[in-house]
Design a protein around this ligand. Structure first.
Ligand SMILES: Nc1ncnc2c1ncn2[C@@H]1O[C@H](COP(=O)(O)OP(=O)(O)OP(=O)(O)O)[C@@H](O)[C@H]1O
Ligand SMILES: [Mg+2]
Length: 467
């Protein structure tokens, strides 16, 4: 049983909610104005305040911060007939934990109440994964304690001071650029420039001039002499990202720059010397490109004097905790938030997920979750649906299945049926014995990611229209 305080000037609405909560076994107090609610301070200790916005006297939004102060243990659900963006934003900024529109959909209200109570009772307190004084909050700091990452760190250490060319390989988002920067920082010229070139971003002529520079009049539009990235990287590091995309002509020029330590800017006669250290990265298999004849073999060997391979995140899940910790520290600092906790369920989902976008995908998900987090715990509902909806990820705490609440059993069962029918909603409804609109609501409620290939034929839409 929990204690609720309903603050609404509409007597009928108060009465309905009071009855609703009482039949669920809760204690429900009512107040008809913000002042009346504040006057109950010290007399009652609600775990949840349901607050209307428009009331005579002070508006609910106006009083919200004071109400949260008066009842420090309470979570607040704001209810209003106004569902404009402005009011919603204001409500969340003033400390509302949820926001529901009138007329109230009891299912929606129940879900919001259940969520708030979970926080209030500490079930969703989450594991403390980070704190303000975490040292790893630096953007350039790489974390991870998997065997693979330990090897990477060791190789960075060995490679850095050798000055040798390094080829960094790994899928997109695995941290290749971060490794390049780490090598630069630990290298012979840490205070020199770190200059990055994305070899896939420019058309050939522009890329050539971007890398090697040009003389005035070297091509139409070359109104001035310009130094290229090779020259800018003097006494420092030149990072060639997506090196597989270089044309044959530029490959030849790059090979010369690596071997002879000199290059000729476009339109120039005299070569320039270079001492820039070259680090290249690619997310494709360069050896295959060599076999296919699109990448020069001699350049390939010249680039990968030292090779550092970053395995995909799905192959080093033991790094997840370190990554979440370090990223939360940084994101909180950058967003001035204090979201230090993560629901254990989230960590289980992360374990089960395949991470096609690797560390970058994790980082983006955490940024979004922190930005949208109403309290200080990251919960599954704040994450992209696909991360938290694999059957393997659905569990209910560490409890055995026989002790699960109905909600979790329902969630798991609905998902299993959907997957078993290949997301054919008609067949899933038949098996589950429910209507299509109900199934649609469940899919939405549980945040399942509908696969792009899922059968969603016109017949279904026609059915929905009839329902
Ligand atoms: N081990 C790590 N520790 C902390 N942050 C990491 C780690 N690996 C990657 N990141 C972060 O993940 C994001 C992606 O990393 P990065 O840009 O280096 O990947 P990439 O391999 O260069 O990707 P792409 O191939 O798409 O260019 C960055 O914001 C980076 O800071
Ligand atoms: Mg990159």
């Amino acid at each position: 049983m929990s204690t609720f305080l309903i603050v609404d000037d509409d007597l009928a609405s108060c009465r309905t909610l009071q009855l609703h909560f009482r039949t669920q076994g809760h204690e429900a107090h009512v107040a008809h104005s913000a002042a009346e609610a504040l006057a109950a301070r010290g007399r009652i200790a609600p775990e949840l305040v349901i607050l209307d916005v428009r009331m005579p006297g002070r508006s609910g939004l106006d009083a919200l911060p004071e109400i949260k102060q008066a009842f420090p243990a309470a979570h607040a659900i704001v209810i209003t007939a106004f569902h404009d963006m402005e009011t919603t934003i204001q409500a969340m900024q003033r400390g509302a934990d949820d926001y529901i529109q009138k007329p109230i959909d009891l299912e929606e209200l129940n879900a919001a109440v259940a969520k708030s109570l979970r926080y209030a009772h500490g079930d969703a307190q989450g594991v403390l994964v980070a704190s303000a004084n975490h040292a790893g909050g630096d953007r350039d700091n790489m974390v991870g304690h998997s065997r693979a990452m330990k090897e990477v760190f060791k190789t960075i250490g060995l490679a850095a001071s050798s000055g040798a060319t390094v080829l960094i390989t790994g899928e997109s988002g695995t941290g290749k650029e971060l490794v390049a920067r780490a090598i630069h920082r630990a290298g012979l010229n840490p205070s020199g420039p770190f200059v990055a070139v994305n070899c896939a971003a420019l058309v050939e002529t522009l890329l050539e001039s971007d890398m090697f520079g040009h003389e005035r009049g070297a091509f139409t539009g070359a109104v001035e002499r310009r130094a290229g990235k090779f020259a800018s990287a003097r006494h420092g590091t030149l990072f060639l990202d997506e090196v597989s995309e270089l044309s044959h002509a530029i490959q030849a020029k790059l090979l010369r720059a690596l071997q002879e330590k000199e290059f000729v800017p476009l339109g120039a006669r005299e070569p320039q010397s270079t001492d820039a250290r070259v680090i290249a990265a690619t997310n494709v298999d360069l050896a295959t490109r060599v076999r296919d004849g699109v990448f020069r073999e001699d350049l390939y060997y010249r680039l990968q004097v030292i090779n550092i391979h970053l395995p995909p995140l799905r192959e080093r899940k033991e790094d997840l905790h370190d990554l979440v910790e370090a990223m939360l520290a940084r994101i909180n600092r950058e967003m001035r938030r204090h979201v230090w906790r993560v629901d254990p369920q989230v960590l289980r989902c992360f374990e089960a997920y395949g991470w096609p976008g690797n560390v970058r995908e994790l980082e983006n998900a955490l940024m979004k979750a922190v930005a949208l987090c109403p309290a200080d715990v990251i919960t599954c509902d704040l994450l992209p649906a696909q991360m938290c909806s694999t059957p393997a990820a659905i569990t209910s705490g560490d409890r055995p299945e026989a002790q699960w609440p109905l909600r979790d059993v329902e969630r798991l069962h609905v998902l299993r049926v959907l997957e078993a029918t290949g997301w054919h909603r008609g067949r899933a409804c038949e098996i589950l014995g429910i209507s299509r609109p109900r199934l649609r609501r469940l899919i939405k409620q549980y945040g399942f990611a509908v696969p792009a290939c899922a059968a969603d034929d016109t017949e279904e839409h026609a059915d929905d229209a009839r329902a």
